[in-house]
Design a binder for this molecule. Structure first.
Ligand SMILES: [Zn+2]
Length: 152
């Protein structure tokens, strides 16, 4: 990733964290499992910040849409192609595939798969996950996230 992208990300990190946390309040989930996401992206000329919250309807089975995907759609809609960082604010829960119990909420198995094919998300994209209320955070590149949650 371009050095300047990293500098901008580091400069805006705390801001991105608050946006992700605020976005969580706009989530819609029947068991109050609220997740917020903030994305730092680049369109070739300027940087942009986009957000999304999770959506899970009362009626089951229904379409579940993760905060990450909503934020990525907003980013794409605005014409920002290059995804520099994805910041997720949530409460930790056990990963349904690996059984790992992280200290923050990493992108779920569906999101990990979607992100792998998402245009503009690169192995260098930063995945920064923060607890909604406590100062607990984890940060790694998307490549490292995939390694961390690999099945084998
Ligand atoms: Zn997800």
């Amino acid at each position: 990733m371009h050095r300047h992208h990293v500098d901008v990300y580091l400069l805006l990190k705390v801001f991105l964290k608050s946006i992700a946390r605020e976005a969580a309040y706009l989530g819609d989930n029947h068991r109050d499992f609220l997740v917020g996401c903030a994305i730092l992206a680049y369109n070739g000329h300027e940087y942009g910040i986009f957000w999304g919250a999770n959506f899970m309807p009362f009626t089951k089975p229904g379409p579940k849409i993760c905060a990450e995907i909503n934020a990525l759609r907003n980013t794409r809609r605005a014409g920002f192609q290059e995804i520099i960082a994805i910041v997720v604010a949530g409460l930790p829960q056990k990963d349904e595939v690996t059984g790992k119990t992280p200290r923050t909420l990493p992108p779920c198995v569906d999101c990990r798969s979607n992100l792998s094919g998402w245009k503009g998300v690169s192995p260098d994209t930063m995945i920064y996950t923060v607890h909604r209320f406590e100062e607990v955070e984890e940060e790694r590149t998307f490549a490292h996230l995939l390694e961390e949650y690999a099945l084998s």
